[in-house]
Design a protein around this ligand. Structure first.
Ligand SMILES: [Zn+2]
Length: 160
């Protein structure tokens, strides 16, 4: 089959197994850079509000993704919130079973219009997790932070 040949029967596709070496550099952009640097250095969650439409972003942004207006100011939010949605993961990415189930959740963060995806910890059983449950972030120790999302270890149940 040549490269310009049109495929009209998807049962005749072939595949290739192996590793593809891919080298890349991922850059956060200005907004996420500010967010993750502040999280790493100060343990603070920076949000930003669009002055035009009022939407509050977490992590902070430098422009509004809704109305494209520039956003200049940031402010700190606690990072506390409540579980908006969750799922219980029983397998690793490669399909192998996890030693114990892991809860991944979308967390609606207080004072923002955003949700943050992360793990839920501090529960004995995934069955304890509920939509609407109050949670608080648990950061890794400062000297171990690397400037990424895993500087947040997980979110744990919290009081309102
Ligand atoms: Zn806006």
């Amino acid at each position: 089959m040549g490269l310009i040949e049109e495929i009209d029967r998807n049962v005749e596709l072939t595949w290739w197994e192996g590793d593809i070496p891919v080298n890349y550099v991922y850059t956060y952009g200005l907004g996420l850079e500010k967010f993750f640097r502040n999280l790493k250095d100060n343990g603070k969650f920076l949000a930003s509000r669009c002055e035009s439409c009022g939407f509050v972003y977490l992590p902070c942004r430098t422009f509004c993704e809704r109305c494209l207006e520039p956003i200049e100011k940031t402010f700190t939010v606690s990072g506390r919130g409540e579980i908006y949605a969750y799922t219980v993961c029983h397998e690793n990415h490669d399909g192998s079973p996890k030693k114990k189930p892991q809860v991944a959740a979308l967390i609606k963060v207080e004072g923002t219009d955003s949700v943050m995806a992360h793990y839920i910890g501090g529960v004995k059983d995934p069955g304890e997790v509920r939509v609407g449950m109050a949670v608080a972030p648990v950061l890794v120790p400062k000297k171990e932070r690397k400037g990424g999302i895993l500087d947040i270890s997980h979110f744990k149940p919290a009081r309102r």
